[in-house]
Design a binder for this molecule. Structure first.
Ligand code: ADP
Ligand code: MG
Length: 250
């Protein structure tokens, strides 16, 4: 679903990704941990075409998205191909960004209705099903302001699922939540993983990474320092930087 080979990204003089090598296979849950500013969000944004890579090769869903060497573009997807890929990738951010003037159902049915052209009736019934799936069947007609942060984030997940994505990207989806609301969001993500969704998850929830993740990557300073099965990486980190980071989050 995702393959990165020596992917680099810079903003001006700041090199943010310094050669990322990574693979996410179908149905795999890859968790990414690492200090703030290490390039985690930037990598997700490259996968989701919100940023272009500066060097290396990046494949998404089997398609070579970008191939650059020494600043030269050797391959790039067309705008229409990028748009098609973006429809197949769901993304959930730290902040839920729901439309405040729309109910939960309206938030979820918006994209399938507008982007996919699904009729309003079908889009609404899809939205209600998805809200049921994230445990919010009884909140379908509530507005975001009437929902807790955890409930809003579950609506955001349902909204992403409404486009039937092949890949879900999560960028610290529980970091902005009060601690007592984190579990309900992680439970939904866990169920999604059990249902076979391919997921790339930036999180500092080590319990989730250990239990649900197939693979755990520790990123520091724009590079993957260590990657492997979560239990092994957590129990027996090989690098001093991984050890130091884990001692802060465990
Ligand atoms: P993380 O998600 O690991 O905290 P980010 O990928 O958000 O890290 O950011 C990595 C570095 O890139 C940070 O120093 C950040 O300030 C910088 N950065 C991110 N986006 C931009 C941008 N659009 N322009 C300039 N600098 C950016
Ligand atoms: Mg980030």
């Amino acid at each position: 679903m995702v393959k990165a080979e020596r992917v680099r990204k810079r903003f001006g003089h700041l090199e943010v990704l310094k050669g990322i090598d990574l693979e996410v296979t179908p149905r795999e849950v890859l968790c990414v941990i690492g200090p703030s500013g290490s390039g985690k969000s930037t990598f997700l944004r490259c996968v989701n075409h919100l940023e272009k890579i500066d060097a290396g090769r990046l494949w998404v869903d089997g398609q070579l998205v970008g191939y650059r060497q020494r600043g030269e573009v050797l391959h790039e997807l067309k705008e229409s191909e990028i748009a098609a890929q973006r429809r197949d990738i769901g993304m959930v951010f730290q902040r839920f960004n729901l439309f405040p003037h729309m109910t939960a159902t309206q938030n979820v049915m918006e994209a399938p209705n507008r982007v996919k052209g699904l009729g309003r009736k079908d889009a609404e019934s899809l939205a209600r099903d998805l809200l049921g799936r994230v445990g919010l069947g009884d909140k379908a007609d509530s507005y975001p302001a009437q929902l807790s942060g955890g409930q809003q984030q579950r609506v955001a997940i349902a909204r992403a699922l409404a486009m039937e994505p092949k890949l879900m990207l999560f960028d610290e989806p529980t970091s902005a939540l009060d601690p007592e609301l984190v579990g309900e969001v992680l439970d939904v993500m866990k169920q999604l993983a059990l249902d076979g969704m391919t997921m790339l998850v930036v999180t500092h929830e080590m319990g989730f990474a250990r239990e649900v993740g197939d693979t755990l990557a520790f990123v520091d300073d724009g590079a993957i320092v260590e990657i492997g099965p979560p239990r092994e990486l957590i129990a027996n980190p090989q690098h001093a930087r991984t050890k130091a980071f884990l001692s802060k989050v465990l």
